[in-house]
Design a protein. Structure first.
Length: 144
């Protein structure tokens, strides 16, 4: 049961990490080339599809992390689960406090300053998900 839980957690975190790297390096920079009259349609489609794509894995990451904070397989220290939880929380806080407001503003029309802020601050989520993936690998390696 323990390694299965860690495997699901690892898969969910690394899915989100991979997705955020694609967003950071390809999608968000590509927004600058799509600023024409169809910008609002392009952005609305991105927002809708991204929400559908990330909701399940992100929720699964949160659920498995919550379980790991309460119950861990033998060999997995509480500090590792706490580290996973903090990194997961960073992704939530940055998304809610920074990314969502940027997307809400961009939904009303292209704004290069808001776009620049979105790209710059998305590095925080990219780092948090990547480090969360490293922690997930570490926990799986420590489990007995």
């Amino acid at each position: 049961m323990g390694t299965a839980l860690l495997g699901v957690h690892l898969a969910a975190v690394w899915f989100c990490a991979g997705l955020v790297w694609v967003i950071q390096l390809l999608v968000y920079p590509g927004f600058a080339a799509m600023t024409g009259p169809d910008w609002q349609t392009v952005h609305a489609r991105h927002t809708r599809l991204m929400g559908l794509l990330v909701t399940g894995p992100w929720a699964l990451q949160g659920l498995t992390c919550a379980v790991l904070l309460v119950w861990r397989p033998p060999g997995v220290p509480l500090v590792a689960a706490l580290a996973a939880g903090v990194r997961g929380e960073v992704t939530v806080v940055v998304t809610v406090a920074v990314s969502v407001p940027c997307h809400q503003r961009l939904a009303r029309g292209w704004d290069p300053a808001v776009h620049e802020r979105l790209v710059r601050t998305n590095w925080w989520r990219t780092a948090a998900w990547t480090l969360g993936g490293v922690v997930a690998l570490l926990m799986l390696g420590l489990a007995r």
